[in-house]
Design a protein. Sequence first.
Length: 463
Amino acid sequence: MVEIFKNTTPAEKRFDTVLIANRGEIAARIQRACHELGLKTVAICSEADRQASYVQTADNFLCIGPSSAGKSYLNRDAILLAARLTSAGAIHPGYGFLSENAAFSEAIEKAGLVFIGPDASSIATMGDKIAAKRAMIAAGVPCVPGPDTALPDDPAAVESIAQDIGYPVIVKAAGGGGGRGMRVVPDAASLHEAIATTREEARQAFGSPALYMEKFLQHPRHIEIQVLCDTHGHAVWLGHRDCSMQRRHQKVVEEAPAPGISPDVIRSVGHACVEACQQIGYRGVGTFEFLYENGSFYFIEMNTRLQVEHPVTEMTSGIDIVQAQIRAAQGEELDLRQQDVGCEGHAFECRINAEDPQSFLPSAGVVTGLSLPQGQGIRVDTHIHEGYRVSPYYDSLIAKLIVHAPTRSEAMAKMRGALAETSIDGISTNLPFLRALFDDDAFARGETDIHYLETWLKQRRVA
């Protein structure tokens, strides 16, 4: 991996033990990064995860609650108590759960610990989609057409906003994320019902009924720009990813770099992202998400955390993003400058889920057999093993298969081979679906957008 910090062995570390406030493959991934940096780890687990491999290989562990996530991985008090009991100096939230919870970040810092992520104010600003859009406009980052204010309660005013934007529009929860709290409105007749439904969904899912409205782009791609910032005012962007292969707003396959985008266009957007980070005093890693259509970028949101798809950027940039995130939290200074950031070859990531490949319903049970591919340019991030019990309580992601090759076509061929060599027995997985997808001609040509996969699935059902 590329060396990117000035101090490879800081004289006085801010912490020597990290509590990993997450589970599954990301907990195993963070633990590996910590151990490679010479840091001790504390694993927390629910009753359902007591036998997880990363729990056994951690330097210390505590079971913090029952299987329900609300009573374990989302229990802030239990996590802080676990950190105090194990003398952990820092907490890494991974992704999901409390990773973008400003109150959790603030509570950690108030307890005298280090939150491995941005500070609470950055999380709050970028977590509120309206505030984030306002901040991005101020920083010169292009945004989807639509006002940077919440929708009013007055129906006539809402109608006027929609008319000014032009149908179709999309209404979104200001505090939303993960594909929830959004609804496409094709025409004026559908507007008020869509807003009422989305408001209630937003209230229940995110605790706030606030909505905003934007132009609904017909055939965009989903493009991401990864950033890395230290605590000394330095920031770089580490290349870009295409995450357009989505089902119900959930990513299935990601790749880096995004194919067919002009380097000059992406460079200007990347620089704008860096400037935005510097303006808000951002620290650690983060991801700017854009819709890309007809040669133009439109900001949609920023994820103030590590993302599931970070490995494709690691493979093409040569930078260990998890280690970089931890070292930035230690206070180390970036030695890397933008002109030093490279992009070598092409990488794909497939999310392997424990689910039926036709209905996509979750599949729980015991893994009775497991065969994973190996070889140059092949990486598997997972926490499962033969005998592992897949729980019904959490997200269905059980592994990430990542490949890297000199060109996109070679990387696709490598992924086809790797998928063919992968077998997981005892439970249903989406492996047959992924294998079929990598045989699709339009995907192979890079001629897809964020709506392509849904259309592809409908056609397969009809056939």
